[in-house]
Ligand binder design. Structure first.
Ligand SMILES: [Mg+2]
Ligand SMILES: [Zn+2]
Length: 183
């Protein structure tokens, strides 16, 4: 049997890069503080997979090509730091389309498990939105709710919706250090 591996499922906007709202222009790309340092701490233990809701595509705010162009800058920037993103999954749909791939649905985690034989109990979802925390809970992963990006705006929703992340962290580096304590 193939040995199972641990993954970190990363939200993109507001988690890795600054989110000015439907961020998609290459010139607006900026990594958040602590992201490179945090990913470097985690990269020997986990593979990194991005799962991102991109309803701006179906809202016609930007195109799939714009989305990929932005990703390319992100991937290249991390690559120069020796950090590999294994795969990027995205949901282009609007919430009202009720698709199966929009977070907090676990569709893309399910696909990843099949592809990479991932040990979900020892894997994590990191994001700045309650739907990220809920995704992790739905999939049986540990979760980090970040207070970067939209995190502070949505913080109260956690309690209202009774969503309990494993960790609530000020920034990505803090999150990474706390995750290592669980190993
Ligand atoms: Mg986000
Ligand atoms: Zn979708």
């Amino acid at each position: 049997m193939k040995e199972s591996i641990k993954a970190i499922f990363l939200d993109r906007d507001g988690t890795l890069n600054e989110d000015k709202g439907y961020v998609h222009k290459v010139e607006d790309f900026a990594l958040l503080p602590g992201v490179v340092e945090g990913l470097k701490l985690l990269k020997n233990e986990f593979i990194f997979i991005i799962i991102t809701n991109q309803s701006g595509i179906r809202r016609s705010y930007y195109t799939v090509d714009d989305f990929h162009d932005f990703n390319r800058v992100l991937i290249n920037t991390l690559d120069k730091e020796g950090i590999t993103i294994k795969q990027i999954f995205f949901c282009p749909h609007k919430p009202e389309e009720k698709c199966e791939c929009r977070k907090p649905n676990t569709h893309f985690i399910d696909l990843s498990v099949n592809e990479y034989n991932i040990d979900l109990n020892n894997s994590w979802v990191i994001g700045d939105h309650p739907s990220d925390a809920l995704l992790g809970i739905n999939a049986g992963c540990n979760t980090v709710f970040l207070l970067t990006g939209h995190g502070t705006v949505h913080y109260d929703e956690l309690k209202e919706k009774n969503i309990n992340p494993t960790i609530i962290a000020e920034d990505f580096l803090t999150a990474a250090k706390k995750i290592l304590e669980f190993l």
